[in-house]
Design a protein around this ligand. Sequence first.
Ligand code: NAP
Length: 474
Amino acid sequence: MKAYDKQFIGGLWREGRGEGLLDNINPFSGEVLYSYRPASREDVDEAYAAAKAAQKLWADYSPSAKAAVLERLLSIIREYRPIMDECLLLEAGCAKPKRDYEAGTSPDFVSYCMTFPKMMEGRIQSSDFPGQTNFVFRKPKGVVTVIAPWNVPFILALRSVIPAVAAGNAVVLKPSTETPASAFIIGEMFEKAGFPKGLLNVIAGRGSDIGDYIVAHPLSDIVSFTGSTQVGRRIGRIAGENIRDMSLELGGNNSMLVLPDADIDAAVEAAIFGAYFHQGQICMSLNRIFVVGEENYSLFCEKMAAAVRSLKAGDPADENVFIGPIINTQQVEHINSLISATVETGARVLVEGKTEGNLVYPWLLCDVENSMPAAREEVFGPVCSIIKAESEEEAIAMANDTIYGLSNSIFTRDRYRGMLLAQKLESGMVHINDQSIGDEPHVMFGAEKQSGVGRFNGTWVLNKFTTEQWIPVR
Ligand code: NAP
């Protein structure tokens, strides 16, 4: 992979002016892919100034002219698939199924948003005042700050960056320090597509150094953050103090409910994907599975254990590997401490994983209580807890007994009943007869409770990244 060791500010690639050097590290091999100087506060200021200026220029492009640049971006992002694939392998430790999903579906976010420049619809409203007509205009917000996590680095940046620019905004993007190259690859694609210089700026540096400064920046009109609930809380506080609009997509503690009439084989197949895809490092990953009824519980545990044992863990470059490395050592330690604490409090180990470097082999725990650490917290690793429920009501109550509310799933042969029960689950999304991970650019995506604020995708994100202005005319 090319060394993306420069910041991308105002259309120029130049060295950051922050203190020291940061390393981009391959989570599987531990190899330093390249080192770079992080962005300083001055770099951040220049990125926002460039964005502000470029947004004014971009606003004057006709809708068709904007769509034409987006169309060029669409062909470039398709050509970039091998580059994105390599980046996902090397800096994010993605195994082939995750790379195929992420590099393969990234263009969909561009193709969907290509019509946004022509969807900037306002309203004409009557007035009680004689001779007055009320016009409500839709306008871009201005400069959108996008802060992205490392787990799905392209899509979770693109799902904000693309609708933001398509709605007429400029963007300052800050990637995770774990996966900076992905964001600079997006910058490179923007440069090639011919967007005005400075419309997208990419600045890399530790969130703990420049994060607060970015969120509070006076030229930022809205913060679109995807990451942990812990950091989201801090961002919410700073954005609130500055009366800044925000969208927060945060952590999850997602569950699957296996009802007594469920197709157990189908539920197991889905659960394997939901719990172990990308090593369980997806915000919508299945953390808990509630199986209703004694008989189903034993059968489900037995079949799930056999399926987990068949998962191949190892070098993500090996096309047969499903489970690649965890992003870093601190996260490996966190996962292992949650497993130990859960086993110590009485959970039974159905499949025992092991740890080799950053590789954590899959774990399956049963006889878990909802109050045990691995069930209470977002594990964000290849660990799944099976919990027995006496009734559907108990399963729903336990699934809801968490601060999170992102995505859940229900397996039942009675789809209508599944839909009715889904409405009792306190989460933004509930999949019937599937696992909990899913995202389609045109379909509403979002969370309840401490999993987030705001909605993504479709016209929800268009509304979020635009504002309205009332202009009564006499
Ligand atoms: P994280 O630690 O919260 O970091 C997310 C981003 O915030 C990174 O770019 C990070 O930069 C930055 N950051 C850290 N401190 C900051 C501050 N004070 N101000 C501004 N930005 C700051 O999360 P993560 O570990 O990357 O991602 C995993 C978490 O994200 C999980 O909890 C997962 O559930 C959640 N997630 C949610 C969704 C969703 O759609 N709901 C999707 C994916 C992931 P540095 O890397 O430089 O610290």
